[in-house]
Design a protein around this ligand. Structure first.
Ligand code: SF4
Length: 311
Protein backbone atom coordinates (compact mmCIF):
# COMPACT_ATOMS: atom_id res chain seq x y z
CA UNK A 1 0.00 0.00 0.00
CA UNK A 2 1.26 3.48 -0.84
CA UNK A 3 1.76 5.74 2.16
CA UNK A 4 -0.46 8.77 2.78
CA UNK A 5 0.18 11.38 5.44
CA UNK A 6 -3.01 12.74 6.96
CA UNK A 7 -2.90 16.06 8.81
CA UNK A 8 -5.85 16.59 11.13
CA UNK A 9 -6.60 20.25 11.82
CA UNK A 10 -7.02 21.13 15.50
CA UNK A 11 -9.38 22.38 16.68
CA UNK A 12 -12.09 20.87 14.47
CA UNK A 13 -15.62 19.61 14.92
CA UNK A 14 -18.15 20.41 17.62
CA UNK A 15 -18.03 23.88 19.19
CA UNK A 16 -19.36 24.75 22.62
CA UNK A 17 -22.66 26.11 21.23
CA UNK A 18 -23.40 22.96 19.24
CA UNK A 19 -22.46 20.69 22.14
CA UNK A 20 -24.76 22.66 24.43
CA UNK A 21 -27.71 22.52 22.01
CA UNK A 22 -27.42 18.78 21.35
CA UNK A 23 -27.00 18.11 25.07
CA UNK A 24 -30.18 20.09 25.80
CA UNK A 25 -32.23 17.92 23.46
CA UNK A 26 -30.71 14.70 24.83
CA UNK A 27 -31.28 15.83 28.43
CA UNK A 28 -34.86 16.86 27.65
CA UNK A 29 -35.48 13.46 26.05
CA UNK A 30 -34.21 11.76 29.20
CA UNK A 31 -36.11 14.07 31.59
CA UNK A 32 -39.65 13.90 30.25
CA UNK A 33 -42.14 11.58 28.57
CA UNK A 34 -43.65 14.48 26.63
CA UNK A 35 -42.95 14.56 22.88
CA UNK A 36 -39.92 16.74 22.03
CA UNK A 37 -40.13 19.00 18.97
CA UNK A 38 -37.23 21.10 17.72
CA UNK A 39 -37.92 24.14 15.55
CA UNK A 40 -35.43 23.77 12.67
CA UNK A 41 -32.51 21.38 12.68
CA UNK A 42 -31.00 21.74 16.16
CA UNK A 43 -27.66 22.01 14.34
CA UNK A 44 -26.83 21.57 10.67
CA UNK A 45 -25.80 17.93 10.69
CA UNK A 46 -27.97 15.07 9.48
CA UNK A 47 -26.08 12.39 11.38
CA UNK A 48 -26.91 14.13 14.64
CA UNK A 49 -30.52 14.88 13.76
CA UNK A 50 -31.10 11.30 12.49
CA UNK A 51 -29.85 9.94 15.81
CA UNK A 52 -32.15 12.24 17.75
CA UNK A 53 -35.07 11.31 15.49
CA UNK A 54 -34.45 7.65 16.23
CA UNK A 55 -34.75 8.58 19.92
CA UNK A 56 -38.18 10.07 19.17
CA UNK A 57 -37.27 13.76 18.71
CA UNK A 58 -39.09 15.52 15.86
CA UNK A 59 -37.88 18.47 13.75
CA UNK A 60 -40.28 20.99 12.24
CA UNK A 61 -40.04 24.29 10.38
CA UNK A 62 -42.63 26.28 12.33
CA UNK A 63 -44.07 26.40 15.83
CA UNK A 64 -47.59 25.81 14.44
CA UNK A 65 -46.52 22.25 13.58
CA UNK A 66 -45.80 21.42 17.23
CA UNK A 67 -48.57 19.63 19.18
CA UNK A 68 -49.88 21.61 22.19
CA UNK A 69 -48.53 19.19 24.82
CA UNK A 70 -45.03 18.84 23.31
CA UNK A 71 -41.79 20.35 24.59
CA UNK A 72 -40.46 22.94 22.12
CA UNK A 73 -36.73 23.41 21.61
CA UNK A 74 -35.43 26.46 19.74
CA UNK A 75 -32.28 25.67 17.75
CA UNK A 76 -28.73 26.97 18.28
CA UNK A 77 -29.19 29.41 15.35
CA UNK A 78 -31.54 31.59 17.40
CA UNK A 79 -34.92 33.13 16.54
CA UNK A 80 -36.35 36.61 16.17
CA UNK A 81 -38.49 38.29 18.83
CA UNK A 82 -41.76 37.34 17.18
CA UNK A 83 -40.99 33.63 17.18
CA UNK A 84 -39.59 33.84 20.73
CA UNK A 85 -42.81 35.57 21.85
CA UNK A 86 -44.97 32.99 20.10
CA UNK A 87 -42.97 30.23 21.83
CA UNK A 88 -43.33 31.92 25.22
CA UNK A 89 -47.12 31.89 24.84
CA UNK A 90 -47.20 28.11 24.48
CA UNK A 91 -48.67 26.24 27.41
CA UNK A 92 -46.10 23.41 27.24
CA UNK A 93 -42.42 23.90 28.18
CA UNK A 94 -40.02 25.69 25.81
CA UNK A 95 -36.22 25.28 25.90
CA UNK A 96 -34.11 27.90 24.17
CA UNK A 97 -30.85 26.41 22.82
CA UNK A 98 -29.81 29.64 21.05
CA UNK A 99 -26.01 29.86 21.25
CA UNK A 100 -24.98 32.62 23.68
CA UNK A 101 -22.71 34.07 20.98
CA UNK A 102 -25.65 34.39 18.60
CA UNK A 103 -27.63 36.06 21.37
CA UNK A 104 -24.80 38.58 21.71
CA UNK A 105 -25.29 39.50 18.05
CA UNK A 106 -29.06 39.91 18.65
CA UNK A 107 -28.35 42.37 21.45
CA UNK A 108 -25.77 44.30 19.45
CA UNK A 109 -28.12 44.62 16.45
CA UNK A 110 -31.06 45.71 18.64
CA UNK A 111 -28.91 48.27 20.48
CA UNK A 112 -27.58 49.85 17.28
CA UNK A 113 -31.09 50.03 15.80
CA UNK A 114 -32.34 51.73 18.97
CA UNK A 115 -29.54 54.25 18.61
CA UNK A 116 -31.10 55.25 15.27
CA UNK A 117 -28.74 53.45 12.93
CA UNK A 118 -29.69 51.44 9.87
CA UNK A 119 -28.43 47.92 10.29
CA UNK A 120 -26.50 45.83 7.81
CA UNK A 121 -26.36 42.18 8.75
CA UNK A 122 -23.22 40.82 7.11
CA UNK A 123 -24.24 37.28 6.29
CA UNK A 124 -26.28 35.08 4.01
CA UNK A 125 -29.91 35.98 3.43
CA UNK A 126 -32.22 33.13 4.36
CA UNK A 127 -29.82 31.43 6.78
CA UNK A 128 -31.76 30.79 10.02
CA UNK A 129 -29.23 32.75 12.09
CA UNK A 130 -29.57 35.79 9.84
CA UNK A 131 -33.37 35.54 9.89
CA UNK A 132 -33.22 35.44 13.69
CA UNK A 133 -30.93 38.49 13.87
CA UNK A 134 -33.25 40.47 11.57
CA UNK A 135 -36.08 39.60 13.93
CA UNK A 136 -34.41 41.60 16.73
CA UNK A 137 -34.13 44.84 14.76
CA UNK A 138 -36.76 47.56 15.11
CA UNK A 139 -36.06 49.78 12.16
CA UNK A 140 -34.45 49.50 8.76
CA UNK A 141 -32.16 46.57 8.12
CA UNK A 142 -30.61 44.82 5.15
CA UNK A 143 -28.37 41.82 4.50
CA UNK A 144 -25.11 41.88 2.55
CA UNK A 145 -22.71 38.99 1.96
CA UNK A 146 -20.28 40.68 -0.43
CA UNK A 147 -18.95 44.12 -1.46
CA UNK A 148 -21.25 43.92 -4.54
CA UNK A 149 -24.25 43.53 -2.23
CA UNK A 150 -23.10 46.58 -0.26
CA UNK A 151 -23.20 48.57 -3.52
CA UNK A 152 -26.82 47.45 -4.00
CA UNK A 153 -27.98 48.55 -0.52
CA UNK A 154 -30.83 51.04 -0.50
CA UNK A 155 -29.49 53.23 2.34
CA UNK A 156 -28.32 56.76 1.43
CA UNK A 157 -24.58 57.49 1.76
CA UNK A 158 -25.22 59.99 4.58
CA UNK A 159 -27.30 57.51 6.65
CA UNK A 160 -25.79 56.38 9.95
CA UNK A 161 -25.14 52.68 9.48
CA UNK A 162 -24.16 49.90 11.87
CA UNK A 163 -23.28 46.34 11.04
CA UNK A 164 -23.26 43.01 12.81
CA UNK A 165 -21.69 39.84 11.47
CA UNK A 166 -23.18 36.34 11.21
CA UNK A 167 -21.16 34.21 13.63
CA UNK A 168 -20.13 31.60 11.08
CA UNK A 169 -18.88 33.83 8.29
CA UNK A 170 -15.39 33.70 6.81
CA UNK A 171 -13.26 36.34 8.53
CA UNK A 172 -11.81 37.46 5.19
CA UNK A 173 -15.23 37.79 3.55
CA UNK A 174 -16.54 39.81 6.50
CA UNK A 175 -13.52 42.12 6.36
CA UNK A 176 -14.13 42.75 2.65
CA UNK A 177 -17.77 43.68 3.31
CA UNK A 178 -16.81 45.94 6.22
CA UNK A 179 -14.27 47.71 4.00
CA UNK A 180 -16.97 48.21 1.34
CA UNK A 181 -19.31 49.68 3.98
CA UNK A 182 -16.65 52.17 5.07
CA UNK A 183 -16.01 53.09 1.45
CA UNK A 184 -19.70 53.76 0.78
CA UNK A 185 -20.91 55.28 4.07
CA UNK A 186 -19.37 58.11 6.09
CA UNK A 187 -20.81 57.04 9.46
CA UNK A 188 -20.34 53.32 10.09
CA UNK A 189 -20.38 51.69 13.51
CA UNK A 190 -19.60 48.05 14.10
CA UNK A 191 -17.70 45.48 16.08
CA UNK A 192 -15.07 44.68 13.40
CA UNK A 193 -15.08 40.88 12.98
CA UNK A 194 -15.42 40.20 16.71
CA UNK A 195 -18.90 38.74 16.39
CA UNK A 196 -17.57 35.98 14.19
CA UNK A 197 -17.35 33.40 16.93
CA UNK A 198 -14.16 31.93 18.38
CA UNK A 199 -15.00 28.47 16.98
CA UNK A 200 -15.38 29.72 13.41
CA UNK A 201 -12.15 31.72 13.59
CA UNK A 202 -10.20 28.88 15.24
CA UNK A 203 -11.34 26.31 12.66
CA UNK A 204 -10.49 28.60 9.76
CA UNK A 205 -7.04 29.35 11.23
CA UNK A 206 -6.38 25.65 11.89
CA UNK A 207 -7.28 24.78 8.30
CA UNK A 208 -4.98 27.49 6.93
CA UNK A 209 -2.19 26.07 9.09
CA UNK A 210 -2.41 22.61 7.46
CA UNK A 211 -3.27 23.88 3.97
CA UNK A 212 0.31 25.00 3.38
CA UNK A 213 1.56 21.45 4.00
CA UNK A 214 -1.17 19.45 2.25
CA UNK A 215 -1.77 18.66 -1.46
CA UNK A 216 -5.52 18.40 -0.97
CA UNK A 217 -8.07 19.12 1.73
CA UNK A 218 -11.24 17.43 2.93
CA UNK A 219 -13.84 19.25 5.04
CA UNK A 220 -16.30 16.99 6.89
CA UNK A 221 -19.58 18.84 7.26
CA UNK A 222 -23.11 19.33 6.04
CA UNK A 223 -23.75 21.04 2.72
CA UNK A 224 -26.28 23.35 4.40
CA UNK A 225 -23.82 24.29 7.17
CA UNK A 226 -22.54 27.84 6.85
CA UNK A 227 -19.30 27.20 8.69
CA UNK A 228 -18.62 24.01 6.66
CA UNK A 229 -18.99 25.95 3.41
CA UNK A 230 -16.76 28.73 4.69
CA UNK A 231 -14.07 26.14 5.55
CA UNK A 232 -14.28 24.78 2.00
CA UNK A 233 -13.84 28.32 0.67
CA UNK A 234 -10.87 28.94 2.97
CA UNK A 235 -9.21 25.78 1.63
CA UNK A 236 -9.85 26.87 -1.95
CA UNK A 237 -8.55 30.37 -1.21
CA UNK A 238 -5.34 28.72 0.00
CA UNK A 239 -5.03 27.23 -3.49
CA UNK A 240 -5.78 23.62 -2.51
CA UNK A 241 -8.41 21.38 -4.13
CA UNK A 242 -10.94 21.12 -1.28
CA UNK A 243 -13.84 18.70 -0.99
CA UNK A 244 -16.81 19.06 1.38
CA UNK A 245 -18.28 15.68 2.32
CA UNK A 246 -21.22 14.83 4.58
CA UNK A 247 -20.32 11.15 4.96
CA UNK A 248 -17.01 9.27 4.63
CA UNK A 249 -18.54 7.14 1.87
CA UNK A 250 -18.81 10.24 -0.35
CA UNK A 251 -15.03 10.63 -0.68
CA UNK A 252 -14.02 9.48 -4.18
CA UNK A 253 -10.84 7.43 -4.23
CA UNK A 254 -9.63 9.45 -7.21
CA UNK A 255 -9.51 12.59 -5.04
CA UNK A 256 -6.74 11.15 -2.86
CA UNK A 257 -5.05 8.91 -5.43
CA UNK A 258 -2.28 11.36 -6.31
CA UNK A 259 -2.00 13.03 -2.89
CA UNK A 260 1.04 12.53 -0.66
CA UNK A 261 -0.36 14.68 2.17
CA UNK A 262 -4.09 15.09 2.84
CA UNK A 263 -5.44 17.75 5.21
CA UNK A 264 -8.67 16.98 7.06
CA UNK A 265 -10.95 19.14 9.16
CA UNK A 266 -14.54 19.12 10.41
CA UNK A 267 -17.08 21.91 10.74
CA UNK A 268 -18.40 23.09 14.10
CA UNK A 269 -21.56 21.02 13.68
CA UNK A 270 -19.79 17.79 12.65
CA UNK A 271 -19.35 14.92 15.13
CA UNK A 272 -15.83 13.50 15.44
CA UNK A 273 -17.08 10.02 14.49
CA UNK A 274 -17.33 11.21 10.86
CA UNK A 275 -13.63 12.09 10.86
CA UNK A 276 -12.80 8.67 12.31
CA UNK A 277 -14.91 6.97 9.60
CA UNK A 278 -13.06 8.99 6.97
CA UNK A 279 -9.73 7.80 8.41
CA UNK A 280 -10.98 4.19 8.26
CA UNK A 281 -11.90 4.66 4.59
CA UNK A 282 -8.50 6.17 3.81
CA UNK A 283 -6.78 3.34 5.68
CA UNK A 284 -8.54 0.80 3.45
CA UNK A 285 -6.85 2.39 0.41
CA UNK A 286 -3.48 3.62 1.67
CA UNK A 287 -1.00 3.09 4.52
CA UNK A 288 -1.91 6.22 6.45
CA UNK A 289 0.06 8.03 9.13
CA UNK A 290 -2.02 10.55 11.03
CA UNK A 291 -0.83 13.61 12.92
CA UNK A 292 -2.87 16.30 14.56
CA UNK A 293 -1.65 19.83 13.87
CA UNK A 294 -2.56 22.69 16.21
CA UNK A 295 -4.10 22.81 19.64
CA UNK A 296 -7.42 20.98 20.14
CA UNK A 297 -8.12 22.75 23.46
CA UNK A 298 -10.50 25.71 23.23
CA UNK A 299 -11.53 26.15 26.86
CA UNK A 300 -14.85 27.76 25.97
CA UNK A 301 -17.80 26.47 27.98
CA UNK A 302 -21.35 27.77 28.14
CA UNK A 303 -23.77 27.21 30.98
CA UNK A 304 -26.17 24.42 30.00
CA UNK A 305 -29.61 25.24 28.63
CA UNK A 306 -31.99 25.75 31.55
CA UNK A 307 -34.25 22.68 31.77
CA UNK A 308 -36.22 24.14 34.69
CA UNK A 309 -39.35 24.42 32.52
CA UNK A 310 -39.52 20.61 32.40
CA UNK A 311 -39.87 20.26 36.18
S1 SF4 B 1 -20.25 28.17 15.69
FE1 SF4 B 1 -19.99 29.69 17.31
S2 SF4 B 1 -21.89 30.87 17.30
FE2 SF4 B 1 -22.30 28.98 16.18
S3 SF4 B 1 -23.07 27.56 17.73
FE3 SF4 B 1 -20.87 27.26 17.64
S4 SF4 B 1 -20.05 28.58 19.28
FE4 SF4 B 1 -22.13 29.26 18.82
Amino acid sequence: MRPLTVLLAAPRGFCAGVRRAVQAVEDARAATDRPIYVRHQIIHNRRVTDRLETAGVRFVDELEQIPPDAVTVLSAHGVGREVAGQAARRAAPVLDATCPLVRRVHLEAARSAQAGRKIVVIGHEGHPEVTGILGHIDGEAAVAASPAEVEALGFAPEDPVAYVVQTTLSVDDARAVIAALHARYADVAGPDVRTICYATQNRQTALRRIAGRADRLVVCGARNSSNANRLREVGEAEGRPTLLIEEAGELPRAFVEEAEVLGVTAAASTPEELVQELLDRLASWRAISVSEVGDPEENVRFAPVDLGALA
